[in-house]
Design a binder for this molecule. Structure first.
Ligand SMILES: C[S@@+](CC[C@H](N)C(=O)[O-])C[C@H]1O[C@@H](n2cnc3c(N)ncnc32)[C@H](O)[C@@H]1O
Length: 263
C-alpha cells in the first residue's frame, strides 16, 4: 500500500518530475541500475517505475518484456509516452505485483521503498515475484545529513511554504541508513542481500529550474510562490553554483539480492 496523499502529489508533479528531475539525476542512476541488474533474460519488473526512466535502459540492454508498476496514473501516463519497445505499464503497488510467484526474471525498484507503508512486506513481495536465480536491485536515497544540496532545497521549501511543503521530499530521504536497509532485507528473507553506497551528480541549469521542479510537485505552483522559492534557493545553493549551473552529489544505497519465487 501507499498513501493517497503522496500518490496525488506524484500525479500532479509528473510533468515537472520528468522535465527537470529525470535529466538532472534520475536518468544517470537508472543507467547504472540497468548495468547492475546484468544479463537480460526475459521479463523484468520495475516497481515504482514513476515516469519510466529505467525502461529505455532496460530495453537497450536487451530485456524482452518490461513491466512498470506504479500507483500514480500521472506518472504512468508519462512512462507510456516514452513508447519503449516491450514495455507495459500497470497501475498498482509492490504488494500485488502483476506476475505469478517467480514469474519475473529480474526486478528493479528505484526510490519507491520509502513511500511504501510496509517495506519488509514489500521487499518480501518483490522477492516472491522473481525466480530463484533472478537479480533484484532496490535503491534508496541517503539521509539528508549526507546530501547537503538536497538539504538546502528542503530548507528553502520550508522557508517559503512552511513545514508541510517539504514533507514528501523529506520522506524520499527517510531510508538513508544502510544498516536499516540491510535489516529490512534480512527481515524480508531476501537471499544474498548486500547494500552498497552509490553516488551520481545532480546537474540543474539554475535555481529557477529547481524551483519549477519542486514548486509544481509540492503544490507551491502559483508564479509568485515559484519566484519566492527561486529567491530563497539562490543563496541556499550558492555553494553548489558555478557559472549559473547548480551541481551537487546525490548519494544513495543499492540493495541487491535474488528472488525466492521458484525456478
Ligand atoms: C521518487 S519516484 C521514483 C520513480 C522512478 N523509479 C525513478 O527512478 O525515477 C517514487 C515512485 O514510487 C511510487 N510508489 C509510491 N508508493 C508505491 C508502492 N506502494 N508501490 C509501488 N510504487 C509506489 C510513486 O508513485 C512514485 O512514482
Amino acid at each position: 500500500m501507499t498513501d493517497a496523499g503522496s500518490t496525488r502529489i506524484f500525479d500532479s508533479g509528473a510533468v515537472a518530475y520528468d522535465r527537470y528531475l529525470v535529466p538532472a539525476f534520475f536518468d544517470d542512476w537508472a543507467a547504472d541500475v540497468a548495468h547492475l541488474i546484468g544479463m537480460p533474460r526475459g521479463t523484468v519488473l520495475d516497481v515504482g517505475c514513476g515516469t519510466g526512466v529505467l525502461a529505455p535502459h532496460l530495453a537497450t540492454a536487451g530485456w524482452q518484456e518490461i513491466i512498470g508498476v506504479d500507483p500514480s496514473r500521472g506518472m504512468l501516463d508519462r512512462a507510456a509516452a516514452r513508447r519503449v519497445p516491450g514495455a507495459r505499464w500497470v497501475q498498482g503497488t509492490a504488494n500485488a505485483l502483476p506476475v505469478p510467484p517467480g514469474g519475473a526474471h529480474g526486478l528493479a525498484s528505484s526510490f519507491a521503498l520509502m513511500f511504501m507503508d510496509h517495506p519488509v512486506a514489500a521487499v518480501r513481495g518483490m522477492a516472491s515475484a522473481v525466480r530463484t536465480d533472478g537479480p533484484i536491485v532496490i535503491s534508496t536515497w541517503g539521509s539528508l545529513d549526507d546530501l547537503p544540496g538536497m538539504a538546502a532545497i528542503c530548507a528553502a521549501l520550508e522557508q517559503v511554504g512552511g513545514a508541510g511543503a517539504s514533507g514528501l521530499l523529506r520522506r524520499a530521504f527517510s531510508m538513508g541508513d544502510p544498516q536499516e536497509l540491510q535489516g529490512v532485507a534480512h527481515d524480508a528473507g531476501l537471499p544474498g542481500a548486500q547494500v552498497e553506497r552509490h553516488v551520481v551528480t545532480a546537474r540543474f541549469p539554475g535555481a529557477a529550474a529547481i524551483a519549477d521542479a519542486y514548486a509544481t510537485s509540492l503544490g507551491l505552483d502559483d508564479p509568485a510562490r515559484a519566484g519566492e522559492l527561486t529567491r530563497a534557493l539562490a543563496p541556499a545553493l550558492a555553494p553548489f553554483t558555478h557559472g549559473g549551473q547548480v551541481e551537487f552529489e546525490m548519494a544513495g544505497f543499492i540493495l541487491t539480492g535474488t528472488g525466492i519465487g521458484g525456478a
